[in-house]
Write a protein that binds this ligand. Structure first.
Ligand code: ATM
Length: 247
């Protein structure tokens, strides 16, 4: 398991890199917003990595194929849960933790709140079981989670538009699941927001992508995403060496 960096081990002048996740029901527009956030960080020359779950690593891409393939074999909700967690654990070890250790922000398109909302609430496994597994795996909690809030009907419409030309059969995913399932997912996110009102922030996802991004940018800015550059990899490595040598 990788070593966690305690915030107080950093010099005060160095801002901690942030771990930001985007969530929501199908068709809410979170992947586009994650991309816009990345483009903004790039424009400002602020170091970051972007990842997604499932599918942020080579292993994760294979797991994603199993989880989301059109003709996937039947599986129990718990088996499915373990696959999502396997994908997450690999993403954390291979990409998220190293990036944060090297002072880069992390933007993640879906993370653990998706598991809580989809498997925990909508599939009925319950938050408690997943909380226990998350504790055993020592899953990192994001600094900020943006939940893109749209009604189910708009989500269906947007997923239908996005469907054209993709390998994954987004609409059949919708059709396979009752609309009621997606309502439960949204309800799951609301329950999570009640548990952690500071970390989970609902963002009105209606309007144009630019309008939605302006809302997201304002929230991300408030927690300091654009305020100062996190240290570069080299500066951070140097600082860590000096701290270890007691300088
Ligand atoms: P994206 O296409 O937004 O990456 O999501 C893939 C699907 O994975 C999405 N499906 N639907 N319907 C939500 C689902 N998912 C879970 O059920 N649990 C999880 O933990 C994650 C990360 C995703």
């Amino acid at each position: 398991m990788s070593e966690a960096i305690h915030p107080s081990s950093r010099p005060k002048s160095v801002p901690d890199p942030l771990f930001i996740t985007l969530e929501g029901i199908e068709g809410c527009g979170k992947s586009l917003q994650a991309q816009l956030l990345g483009e903004e960080l790039q424009r400002l020359e602020i170091p970051f990595i972007a990842t997604r779950e499932p599918g942020g690593t080579s292993f994760g891409i294979e797991v994603r194929q199993i989880l989301l393939s059109r003709d996937g074999a039947p599986r129990s909700p718990l088996s499915e849960l373990l696959l999502y967690l396997a994908d997450r654990y690999q993403d954390l070890q291979e990409r998220i933790e190293p990036a944060l250790r090297f002072g880069r922000h992390v933007i993640c398109d879906r993370y653990h709140d998706a598991t809580m909302a989809y498997q925990g609430h909508a599939r009925g496994i319950g938050f408690e079981t997943i909380d226990r597994l998350a504790e055993i795996l020592q899953l990192r909690t994001p600094d900020l989670t943006l939940v893109l809030d749209i009604d189910i009907e708009t989500g269906v419409q947007r997923a239908r538009q996005r469907q054209v030309g993709t390998q994954e059969d987004l609409m059949s995913r919708f059709e396979r699941e009752e609309l009621q399932f997606h309502r439960k997912v949204l309800q799951g996110y609301r329950l999570l927001q009640e548990r952690e009102p500071d970390r989970l922030q609902f963002v009105d996802a209606s309007g144009t992508p630019e309008e939605v991004f302006a809302r997201i940018r304002a929230i991300a800015s408030r927690i300091g995403l654009f305020h100062a550059k996190p240290p570069s990899c080299h500066a951070e490595a140097q600082r860590r060496r000096e701290a270890e040598e007691g300088r």
